[in-house]
Design a protein around this ligand. Structure first.
Ligand SMILES: [Zn+2]
Length: 299
C-alpha cells in the first residue's frame, strides 16, 4: 500500500457490545491498517488542503499517519448470528486478523456464525473467509454477497492488462471467494436475509457495494461498510476516497445513508471509523456530524 508505515505495534482484540431493540450486537476490531501521509490525503479527494488540515486537527489526526480501523459487526437476532465482513484474515496485513479472537473473547465461536454478509470484495473485508490452514473460517455459515460484486472479483481477468499489485490483489480476493463458492447466496436485488436484517445496494465505493440495516422493536442500525471511511466524510460528504469506483454515485449514496440514519434516529456502524465505529449522525445548522455511542448505551 503506497505511503504506508509499519510501526510494529501489535493489535489487541477489542470488542464493543450494544443492543438494537432485541438484537445483541458487537463491533469487533479486526485490527487496523497503517496509513502514511500520501495515502491519508487520498482518502479525501476533493478537499482543499487547508480545510483538510483543519478537519485533521478537529479529529486529532496527524497529517503524517493514521491507524485506519477495521471493525466487523456481529448481529445476534436471537434466531440467527449474522456477521458483516470477515476482516483481513491471516495473510493480508499483519495488523489485521483479530476478528476470531475478538469473537471468542465474547464467547462466540466461529462455528456459531450462521450467515456472513460480504459488503464488497476488498481484501480487508473478505480476507478472513479462510483460516490460517486454508480451511473455512466460519464452517457453518452461509455467505451473502451481491451477484455483481461476486462476478467482478471472480471472473477470469485479462492478466496482460494488470500490473503486479492489482494481479496479486485479485488473486488474493479470488482465493477467498472461491473457497466459499458452495455456501454462497448471491443477491440480485435488495433483500431481507433473515427476519429484521436487510441488505441493500449502496454503490460507489465499489459498483455493487452493499449496506445492511437491522431493525428490531422499531430501533434501527445501519451498517454503512465502506460508503464512508471516516467521520470526516460525514461532515464533508463530497470528499471521497480516490479509489471509490464510482465517486459521484458514492457521494449520493453517502448522502442517502446519512439522511436515512437521521430520519430513523438509527445507530450507524462504519467499518473504518475509529473503533468501535458505532454512533449517531447528528444534524444541525452546520451540517452532519458523527457522535460515537457511549459504552453501556443502546437504543
Ligand atoms: Zn475497507
Amino acid at each position: 500500500m503506497d505511503g504506508s508505515v509499519i510501526r510494529g505495534r501489535i493489535p489487541v482484540a477489542k470488542t464493543f457490545r450494544f443492543e438494537v431493540g432485541g438484537f445483541e450486537c458487537v463491533s469487533i476490531s479486526d485490527g487496523y491498517q497503517p496509513i502514511g501521509a500520501e495515502l491519508l490525503r487520498r482518502f479525501f479527494a476533493g478537499a482543499p488542503l487547508h480545510e483538510l488540515h483543519q478537519a485533521f486537527r478537529k479529529h486529532g489526526i496527524e497529517p503524517e499517519y493514521m491507524d485506519l480501523a477495521c471493525n466487523c459487526l456481529l448481529i445476534d437476532t436471537g434466531a440467527c448470528r449474522v456477521l458483516v465482513d470477515t476482516g483481513g484474515g491471516p495473510f493480508f496485513d499483519p495488523h489485521l486478523g483479530n476478528l476470531v479472537p475478538g469473537l471468542q473473547a465474547e464467547g462466540i465461536n466461529p462455528q456459531d456464525i450462521n450467515i456472513v454478509v460480504l459488503s464488497h470484495g476488498h481484501r480487508d473485508h473478505v480476507g478472513g473467509c479462510i483460516d490460517r490452514n486454508g480451511g473455512q473460517a466460519f464452517p457453518n455459515a452461509r455467505y451473502v454477497m451481491a451477484r455483481g460484486e461476486w462476478e467482478h472479483w471472480t471472473n477470469e481477468p485479462d492478466e496482460t492488462a494488470l500490473d503486479a499489485n492489482t494481479s496479486r490483489e485479485l488473486s488474493f480476493v479470488r482465493d477467498n471467494l472461491l473457497a466459499i463458492e458452495d455456501r454462497l447466496h448471491l443477491l440480485e436485488t435488495d433483500a431481507e436475509i433473515v427476519h429484521g436484517i436487510r441488505v441493500f445496494s449502496a454503490p460507489g465505493h465499489t459498483r455493487h457495494h452493499v449496506a445492511v440495516e437491522a431493525t428490531s422493536q422499531n430501533k434501527h442500525l445501519i451498517c454503512v461498510a465502506d460508503a464512508m471511511d471516516h467521520p470526516i466524510h460525514v461532515e464533508h460528504v463530497s470528499w471521497h476516497a480516490e479509489w471509490d469506483e464510482l465517486a459521484e454515485q458514492g457521494i449520493e449514496t453517502r448522502r442517502n445513508l446519512l439522511m436515512r440514519a437521521v430520519g430513523r434516529a438509527a445507530l450507524v456502524h462504519a467499518y473504518h471509523f475509529p473503533f468501535p465505529g458505532v454512533g449517531f449522525v447528528r444534524e444541525d445548522a452546520a451540517g452532519w456530524c458523527f457522535e460515537s455511542l457511549k459504552p453501556g448505551n443502546s437504543i
